[in-house]
Design a binder for this molecule. Structure first.
Ligand code: IPM
Ligand code: MN
Length: 353
């Protein structure tokens, strides 16, 4: 296949992990005889500093040119401490989601056997947990009508039937490829928008008789996720609930530096780590590149190139097993590997295996 990839390194540790993702992408393409061409584009605080816009038109055009976007992270503390800032890096992310129509955010929660001891939950609770949260990404409170006053403010949690239908179909297609169990997470005991979700889900469920459908209130789901994470296979929910639940999910595995995600929809899909830009670690060569590298695995899998994706997953497991790990997950007394060293080790493993 000929790949055109838009690379958006962004801020903080973004550029460092981006390099590792690109190198892995190139190594896999070389091995399997795919051609790959990259275009590097600005986003986030970096883009605000350089051109005054966190998701510039030129970046959007590069994304449209590409078959896939390899995104790293955005965010810079200089904006967090300035509530009056007119533009923020996060707006770039939201603009990208909206303009590319990325309505389905796929966030897998997996555990790694050798890192189970790092989870804040007991081993016997998390062992074998393996689920995916399908978060609706272009609707709800993030994008609904807003009023921002000093005496009164609101964000509207609006959803249309069409928006709910399409995300449910995505979730069912995942469930069919997995353990055939869906949990629709909502707050239908209180919210009108959630009642629409549940109504639509009850209509759609019979189209997937091979999949078992559960309905769960979001508060209960938040509890169940840490009490019994193995209960879940595919969870589908609206934008805000999904934002909160996926942060909760990301700690189950013990390290946020390991989880990739995909956002797909109407235009070019985007692959990115779940973690943020970790500004304090910028330039220190200590950030874990594995989430970015696993995002490249998700990229290949999106194009049904499962062998390519699988090779990357095996390389990541091999690095973990060989204790080639960045400091936050290194075993006591283990050697120190930086972002670059872990990336290089994985690239070599891919070449040799
Ligand atoms: C995420 C992030 C974003 C969100 C922020 C940075 C706007 O938390 O991708 O989960 O809230 O969606
Ligand atoms: Mn979030």
């Amino acid at each position: 296949m000929d790949f055109k990839i838009a690379v958006l390194p962004g801020d903080g540790i973004g550029p460092e992990i981006s390099v590792q993702g690109v190198d892995v992408m190139s190594a896999v393409c070389e091995k399997f005889g795919h051609n790959v061409e990259y275009r590097y584009s600005l986003c986030g605080a970096d883009a605000i500093d350089k051109v005054g816009d966190p998701f510039p038109e030129a970046t959007y055009q590069d994304c449209l040119w590409a078959d896939a976007v390899l995104f790293s992270a955005v965010g810079d503390p200089k904006f967090d401490n300035d509530p009056s800032a007119k533009v923020r890096p996060e707006q770039g992310l939201l603009a990208m989601r909206k303009k590319l129509g990325l309505y389905a955010n796929i966030r897998p929660v997996e555990t790694f056997e050798c890192l189970l001891h790092m989870s804040p939950l007991r081993r016997e609770v998390v062992e074998g947990a393996d689920f995916v949260c399908i978060r609706e990404l272009t609707g709800g409170m993030y994008f609904g009508e807003k009023l921002e006053g000093t005496e009164r403010a609101f964000d509207t949690n609006a959803y249309t039937r069409a928006e709910v239908e399409r995300i449910l179909h995505v979730a069912y297609s995942y469930a069919r490829r997995r353990r055939k169990h869906i949990t629709v997470v909502d707050k239908a005991n209180v919210l009108a928008s959630s009642r629409l979700w549940r109504h639509v889900a009850k209509e759609i469920a019979p189209q997937y008789p091979d999949v078992e459908t559960d309905y769960m209130y979001v508060d209960n789901a938040a509890m169940r996720m840490i009490q019994d994470p193995r209960f879940f296979d595919v969870m589908v929910t609206e934008n805000t609930f999904g934002d909160i639940l996926t942060d909760e999910g990301s700690v189950i595995s013990g390290s946020m530096g390991l989880l990739p995600s995909a956002s797909t929809g109407e235009k070019t899909p985007v692959f990115e780590p779940i973690h943020g830009s970790w500004p304090q670690a910028k330039g220190k060569n200590i950030a874990n590149p594995l989430a970015q590298i696993l995002s490249v695995a998700m990229l290949f899998e999106y194009f049904d190139l499962t062998e390519e994706g699988n090779l990357i997953r095996r390389a990541v497991n091999a690095a973990l097993d060989a204790n080639v790990r960045t400091p936050e997950i290194q075993v006591p007394g283990g050697d120190t590997y930086g972002t670059r060293e872990v990336g290089r080790w994985i690239v070599n493993w891919i070449r040799e295996n």
